[in-house]
Write a protein that binds this ligand. Structure first.
Ligand code: MN
Length: 246
């Protein structure tokens, strides 16, 4: 196995152009480097590059010679074990959480992956408490059109409990991460924000997973967001309102 080291590089100046992020990724790919590039909230660009030291040095030379870059500072960090070089901070698609009264009450968590909504039925709904592991059963993919559905369904009904964009995270590219049974993602919803993980605990016909909030600034230990904010983000109605209205 070749020597793998890692550096964190912070670039300031002229990084607003998204083309620079893509150029960093294609150069890293050609150099055989793994990691990520992310546009930070303070307007700087942060690069995590891991691989052979000579290749990291070449990436630094490339960055410092770019006309868009004013300054690039570097520090050595520990390798994180990435299997891709990803552009972070960019939505991969949409997500929706639909609260669904069917035979049993549950929340359907759906993430857009390759043109379909990969779906999990979560009986107790998502949580922002990192200590809480929510049981989730993988169910059939849904179409993107279904994301907008809110209304009566048979004797039950559906409300749009949360929705927004999401980012694919983790060390492994998607959809391979889902196939391997460990997927990390960042939600930008109205109620659900920050990092989450889905961990498969059992395969087979109806794969079982656990959905867990990651520890970050959006985590709210001790909270129960499903109970605290039951309203539809589209209509303001609760599922109980919808079922009573008939
Ligand atoms: Mn359902």
């Amino acid at each position: 196995m070749s020597e793998r080291t890692a550096k964190r590089i912070v670039i300031s100046g002229g990084v607003a152009d998204p083309a620079l992020r893509n150029r960093v990724r294609s150069r890293a790919d050609r150099l055989g480097l793994l990691g990520w590039v992310r546009l930070m909230e303070d307007g700087s660009l942060c690069v995590h590059a891991e691989g052979p030291p000579a290749a990291i040095d070449e990436l630094l030379v490339f960055l410092r010679s770019s006309s868009a870059v004013q300054a690039a500072t570097e520090r050595t960090v520990g390798p994180e074990g990435h299997e891709q070089f990803a552009v972070r901070g960019v939505p991969a698609g949409v997500f929706v959480v639909q609260e669904h009264q069917a035979t049993a009450h549950h929340f359907d968590v759906r993430l857009e992956v390759d043109g379909v909504m990969r779906s999990w039925a979560v009986p107790k709904g998502p949580s922002l408490d990192p200590a809480v592991k929510r049981f989730a059963v993988e169910v059939e993919d849904h179409s993107l059109e279904h994301n907008d559905f809110e209304g009566r369904a048979g004797r039950g009904g559906v409300i749009i409990w949360d929705r927004g964009q999401y980012e694919q995270g983790g060390r492994v590219p998607w959809p391979a991460a889902l196939e391997r049974g460990h997927a990390v993602f960042v939600l930008h919803g109205e109620k659900l924000r920050g990092g989450f993980a889905l961990q498969r605990t059992r395969g087979g016909e109806k794969p079982q997973w656990l959905m867990v909030k990651r520890r970050d600034e959006h985590a709210r230990p001790g909270s129960d967001i499903a109970a605290e904010r039951p309203q539809s983000v589209r209509s303001g109605r609760t599922l109980a309102d919808l079922l009573e209205e008939g």
